[in-house]
Design a protein around this ligand. Structure first.
Ligand code: CA
Ligand code: CA
Length: 145
């Protein structure tokens, strides 16, 4: 997997986040690095903190992390999500994403994962009429290390 996001890809991912967040008060973001020499979960955690994703009222942010060149992935949720969701769930979602990537379906895989996370969040953190977009919907892209 060596992949660069086109503007159209970015738009599709942002739309998927927007749609998912219509179902839930939870907040979803995607970060893609090229390289990830270490543990993807640890890297995802450091991005989560750097992006201030723990600053939601209900502690229900989710970050999908992808290292495109080094083919590593992690999906992590803030503490209140982790209390509700089994670790299997993250693993299953991640494995589905890996399957999509192996088929060359990068953007599709990501949008499906976003929709899936949205569905999961909905069960525990339903959308409320006074919902605010606490974390701007974003696909951020870095080099990694
Ligand atoms: Ca929200
Ligand atoms: Ca958001």
């Amino acid at each position: 997997m060596h992949f660069k996001f086109s503007q159209n890809d970015k738009n599709r991912i942002l739309e998927a986040i927007q749609d998912a967040e219509k179902q839930t008060s939870g907040e979803i973001r995607v970060h893609a690095d090229s390289k990830c020499s270490g543990d993807p979960i640890q890297t995802a955690i450091s991005h989560f903190e750097r992006l201030k994703m723990h600053e939601t009222k209900d502690r229900n942010g989710v970050l999908i992390y992808i290292a495109t060149r080094d083919r590593k992935l992690a999906i992590i949720g803030d503490q209140n999500i982790n209390e509700k969701v089994s670790s299997d769930y993250w693993e299953t979602t991640k494995n589905n994403l890996i399957t999509s990537f192996k088929k060359g379906e990068y953007v599709n895989g990501i949008t499906v994962a976003i929709a899936d996370v949205g569905e999961k969040l909905k069960a525990h953190f339903p959308y409320l009429s006074d919902d605010t977009d606490e974390l701007a919907n974003d696909l951020s892209i870095g080099e990694g290390k």
